[in-house]
Design a protein around this ligand. Structure first.
Ligand code: ADP
Length: 461
């Protein structure tokens, strides 16, 4: 809960410092326990071995005196004293060693960790003594007392524990400080990113995250992906703005013309049938142009919003071409030829498909001088079915061929307008083709003619 409210850098640091602290603690505990066990266990063993040896020694009828060291009964460092029934000291291997009574007075009440059940532990001021006793019966009952000091071990262990404790604290603090610093540095791009996100607005789409050192890490990737997204947004927004401004521009001319004629009628035309006639014809023509433009704009807007309905059904593309050509022949002022036209059943939206064919044919009609031919053919025996629409018109320059599919693009603005073009036809055709997985290729030569080659992707059909 508390962690959730923290910054990622703080969170990472705390989690890692905590993991480090636990690890250090476990290592220290294992080290401490290992050393403790090693030292104390060894002392206990030495004392117990000495006690067993001494017991066996006396059972064999040997006398206990200072010779027990020479006989290897006692291990080095183990002190032995023997008292008789009356409590008199009869053997003492080290007279400087703390007296029996002093050891007894300082015996620990509770059992010490690891002390074997046979042994007791006395804690004197500066050292610990392991103590054990064995009773033997000879001419009377004797008690053998055994002692083993663990002075230096105790000191060493205490220092070791302090060292481990301070190492843990220092390690933890270093991890915290370094963690804050390093995670802050690593996550710096995110801070920049956040600041940038706050400043991004529609009017400030130029902002990008600086990617100075290209490191193959997640943050660099995030910055690059974000910049790419901004590129797309900026591009899309620019195109949208351009589209709106072009559309307004296109609509301004007919509105001005209509207003002009309305003005004319208002002033002089009402009583003059000739002016009236001319004005009505012009207004109707402009309004029709506007209507067509608005229809096209709406089509593209629907396409952009993915709202344009595409109702594909099994249709014969060749048949649709024949149908369009037939109707086109009637209105065309040119000689229209339909060469070979194969049948090809495929899934397509017949209304949209015919609309696309009409766009190409109407362009041919507009940009082909009188007396020249316009035509089409459709072959399906190649690798892919191919539909070609051709004319013997004015052609399109190589450098213009890519651009003609852009919205509102007209090779010759004035002439295009005169011909009633909006510059939107090919954008619509391109969209329809894409929806049907049809590739459009333009082959054209100035004053020779234009060929629009439509290649159908077989897989989709
Ligand atoms: P428009 O409505 O102006 O015809 P299009 O998007 O249909 O708009 O075409 C874009 C431009 O491409 C036209 O203005 C014209 O200059 C050129 N174009 C298209 N088809 C042909 C053609 N068959 N012959 C010559 N130029 C063409």
């Amino acid at each position: 809960m508390l962690l959730n409210d923290m910054k990622i850098s703080v969170k990472i640091t705390l989690i890692y410092a905590a993991i480090l602290a636990v690890t250090l603690f476990i290592i220290s505990a294992i080290t401490g326990a290992g050393v403790y066990f090693g030292f104390y266990h060894q002392a206990e063993m030495e004392l117990e071995i000495s006690m067993d040896n001494a017991k066996r020694f006396t059972q064999n009828g040997m006398r206990l005196d200072k010779s027990v060291y020479e006989e290897d009964v006692l291990l080095p460092g183990v002190v032995m004293r023997v008292t008789d029934e009356a409590g008199n000291l009869v053997v003492d291997t080290d007279s400087h060693y703390p007296s029996i009574s002093r050891v007894m007075m300082n015996l620990r009440a509770e059992k010490t960790l690891m002390a074997s059940p046979k042994l007791s532990v006395a804690e004197l001021k500066n050292f610990i003594i392991y103590y054990g006793k064995v009773e033997v019966i000879a001419d009377q009952k004797y008690t053998m007392h055994f002692f083993k000091t663990v002075t230096s071990e105790k000191k060493f262990l205490r220092s070791l524990l302090w060292i481990l404790f301070f190492t843990n604290i220092i390690g933890f603090v270093v991890a915290l400080v370094a963690g804050f610093f390093i995670s802050g540095r690593i996550l710096e791009p995110i801070t920049t990113f956040t600041a940038l996100l706050q400043s991004v607005e529609i009017s400030k789409l130029k902002e990008r995250i600086p990617v100075i050192n290209r490191r193959p890490d997640e943050l660099t990737e995030m910055a690059e992906k974000f910049n790419l997204m901004m590129d797309r947004l900026e591009d899309g927004f620019k195109r949208q703005q351009q589209f709106v401004s072009d559309a307004s521009h296109e609509l301004r001319t007919p509105v001005t013309v209509i207003l002009g004629y309305a003005d004319l009628l208002d002033r002089w035309g009402k009583g003059d049938p000739k002016t009236l006639d001319e004005a009505i014809t012009a207004i109707k023509g402009e309004a029709k142009g506007m209507q067509e433009l608005i229809e096209k704009l709406l089509f593209l807007a629907r396409a952009d919003q993915k709202r344009q309905v595409v109702k594909k059904e099994k249709s014969d593309a060749g048949e649709l071409l024949r149908e369009v050509i037939k109707k086109f022949e009637i209105v065309s002022t040119h000689e229209v030829i339909l060469d070979r036209c194969d049948s090809y059943e495929t899934m397509l939206d017949p209304v949209l498909f015919k609309q696309m064919l009409r766009i190409f044919l109407e362009n041919s009609e507009k940009y082909t001088p009188a007396g020249k031919k316009i035509g089409a053919n459709f072959t399906v025996d190649g690798e892919f079915p191919q539909m070609i629409l051709f004319d013997e018109g004015i052609g399109i320059k190589k450098e213009e061929q890519e651009k003609i599919f852009e919205r509102f693009y007209r090779v010759d603005e004035e002439r295009g307008k005169q011909k009633g073009g909006t510059g939107l036809g090919l954008s619509i055709a391109k969209w329809i083709a894409q929806e049907h997985n049809i590739e459009i290729k333009v082959e054209s030569e100035e004053n020779m003619g234009t060929k629009i080659i439509l290649t159908f992707e077989k897989d989709d059909v």
